[in-house]
Each structure stands twice: as structure tokens, then as C-alpha cells.
Design a protein around this ligand. Structure first.
Ligand code: SF4
Length: 357
């Protein structure tokens, strides 16, 4: 049977990919569980940062059954440092759903995958094509950049209509005979060749690239300015008494939901923090300032923090604040916590020693 003709763009990309693809563990399998896990890890995470987590998580949970049976604390602890903890929560939720409702079998089409918690259009297309060979095009930041430049598209990629337009274009280009490789090739090419600072000199698409021909490479893709970041001030009070520390698990719909932290007050100054939580006032007689990370940057927020170590004499008594609990200082290490606190502990030997028991 005659093979359907490929668009020259697809043909060039696939040829390039065969010679340049990085050897990554999730590219050596078509197991939807492993591919899904890798895709969730790689959302908002660079490959180099995500790789150790991929190994850690696949070792701890080799199958979807293992992940579904895991307790959240173990998962969060393994996830620690990757950020965006809603991903870990959705991971757990989806694993349970796949095991309890679907009998352990992953959905095998884009149309079904898209309904899983934490799976958006990009992830659904990636799993559908890599695991099941479905011709669903992936559109991520690398693909937006490559297509916008190669086809000279001026659409603002942050505009709500952009995904539809770029997906329709990629759908026309994707070869039915090799959708997985085409998708991998587009992302890899956008990441390595047509990167934010592209290597046009060595690009195999240079003779037909519209942006290069019209000298518009630096202007594409068009991206309107993102919203300014929110700046927040966190004051941490590490209250220690008789070998125990006061902690709580963040519950509100906010950053770091489900992670553990010391007594935390959000306010612009220490004075205001104490005015808002007057029980802290007598405790501050025992306070020692710690070296806190200068600035912790999240995707839409910057956290400026201050930290105080309050080692209270055994006879000192005060009422345990609501939602807080005492744990053995050495137990804190076992809990999932924000990277900000990990850095705080690393930077302060006295604190580290207390928490090591
Ligand atoms: S010529 Fe430059 S801008 Fe065009 S596709 Fe190649 S790397 Fe990207």
C-alpha cells in the first residue's frame, strides 16, 4: 500500500529527530502509566530537574496499583522540591480512579484521557500519541515557538484562541503513520534547535522558515506581557519546647496545600505579625532571628520570608493554636514541606541540629 505523503515540514523534523533525540527513559516505553507519570512530572519542570524524580517515583511506584495504594505523605515526600503540589495530589487521585473505576487500565484515547484529573490538552495528546499511536498533536511552549516562527504566525500565544489555532495547524501536519515521533520531534526541535535563542545557522528548516526569511525570528512568537507577580511576606516562628516543634499542614486553597510548616503568619512586618497573633508576644523573649532565604520565587508569586527560632523553657506554657500540633522535632524531616523551608533548614545549622533530634 502506498504511504500517505508527509508534509515536508514533518519529514524534515522526523529526520532531524532521528539524529538528535535525547535518550530519555520515558521515550523507551509505550506504557501509558509511565508516560503519564513522566508528563505530569515534566509539567512546569525542566527535564534535568524532573529526571531524578522520574526515577524515584517509578522505583517507589512501579505500577498504577502501587501509586493508588500509596499514602499521600509518602508521595508528597518523594515529590518534595518539585513544586506545584496540586500535580502530586492529582496524580494520586487519578491513580486511584484508574485502579478503582477502570480496573487498572488507562483510558486509550485523547477524548477519555482529557477527563482525568490534572490532564489537560497537552498531556492528553502526549499520552494518546506516545502510548496508543493516536494522531493527536501536542502543543506546548516549544511547539508554539516553532510553529509561530516557521509559519510566521502573529497570534498572541497567551490569547485564549491561540491553542485552537496552533492545534489545528499541527493537526494538518501530523503524519498518521508516525504521530508519536512527530510530536516528540516538534517538542525536541523547539527545545534544542528553535529554542528562545535559536540556532538558525544550522537549522534544517532554514530555507523554508518564514520568520528567518522575513527577519522576524526575534519577534516571534508574540506573547503579551504576563500579569505582575504578587509579593507576599511570610514570618515563620519555629516554636520548640522539650524536644517538640509546633507544626501544621496547609489546608486552605493556596500555595503548598497539604505541605507542613512551622507557625506561619503572613504580614508585612514582625510588629504586625505579633499584633495579629498576640500570644507570640511573650514567646518572643526567647526568639533568635534565623537567616531566611532572601526571596522565594514561584510562578505567580514571590515570597519574602523571615524566620525566628523560639526555644521555650519546659515550664513555659501557652495554649496550642487551633490547627497546629506538636510533633517530635525529629519527625519534621519525614513530612513533605515547601522548598523554602528546606532551604531555611539547610542554611541554619542550629535549626538543622534541633530537627535532627
Ligand atoms: S530557521 Fe531559525 S527560527 Fe526558523 S525554524 Fe529554524 S531555528 Fe527556528
Amino acid at each position: 500500500m502506498k504511504k500517505a505523503a508527509q508534509h515536508p515540514f514533518a519529514e524534515t523534523l522526523i529526520t532531524w529527530y532521528k539524529g538528535h533525540a535525547r535518550d530519555l527513559p520515558w521515550r523507551r516505553t509505550n506504557d501509558p502509566y509511565v508516560i503519564w507519570l513522566s508528563e505530569i512530572i515534566l509539567q512546569q519542570t525542566r527535564i534535568a530537574q524532573g529526571l531524578p524524580y522520574f526515577y524515584k517515583l517509578t522505583e517507589a511506584f512501579p505500577t498504577v496499583y502501587d501509586l493508588a495504594a500509596a499514602d499521600e505523605t509518602t508521595l508528597f515526600r518523594l515529590w518534595q522540591g518539585l513544586g506545584y503540589y496540586s500535580r502530586a495530589r492529582n496524580l494520586h487521585k487519578t491513580a486511584k480512579y484508574v485502579v478503582d473505576t477502570l480496573g487498572g487500565k488507562f483510558p486509550d484515547s485523547y477524548a477519555e484521557l482529557i477527563h482525568l484529573p490534572g490532564v489537560g490538552p497537552y498531556t492528553a495528546a502526549a499520552i494518546a500519541s506516545f502510548a496508543f499511536g493516536e494522531a493527536s498533536p501536542v502543543v506546548d511552549g516549544n511547539v508554539y515557538r516553532l510553529l509561530a516562527r516557521y509559519f510566521g504566525i502573529e497570534t498572541d500565544i497567551l490569547h485564549s484562541s491561540a491553542r485552537k489555532e496552533f492545534t489545528a495547524l499541527a493537526q494538518e501536519l501530523i503524519p498518521i503513520s508516525d504521530p508519536a515521533r512527530f510530536n516528540q520531534a516538534m517538542m525536541e526541535f523547539g527545545s534544542l534547535q528553535c529554542s528562545p535563542i535559536p540556532s538558525c545557522d544550522t537549522c534544517p528548516l532554514q530555507t523554508t522558515c518564514l520568520a528567518l526569511r522575513e527577519n522576524r525570528v526575534s519577534q516571534l512568537p508574540v506573547k503579551s506581557k504576563a500579569k505582575p507577580q504578587r509579593i507576599r511576606h511570610f514570618h515563620y516562628f519555629i516554636i520548640e519546647q522539650a524536644g517538640k516543634v509546633l507544626v501544621h499542614q496547609r489546608q486552605a486553597k493556596d500555595i503548598w496545600q497539604g505541605l507542613w510548616e512551622f507557625y506561619c503568619v503572613e504580614s508585612t512586618s514582625l510588629k504586625e505579625a505579633i499584633d495579629l497573633h498576640p500570644f507570640l508576644s511573650p514567646l518572643m523573649e526567647h526568639a533568635e532571628s534565623l537567616q531566611a532565604p532572601a526571596m522565594h520565587v514561584l510562578s505567580h508569586q514571590k515570597i519574602i520570608s523571615a524566620a525566628y527560632l523560639l526555644q521555650l523553657p519546659a515550664e513555659f506554657s501557652f495554649e496550642t493554636p487551633a490547627d497546629y500540633q506538636w510533633i517530635l522535632s525529629s519527625e519534621f524531616e519525614q513530612l513533605g514541606k515547601p522548598v523554602l523551608l528546606l532551604n531555611l533548614i539547610t542554611d541554619n545549622i542550629a535549626l538543622k541540629e534541633i530537627l535532627e533530634g
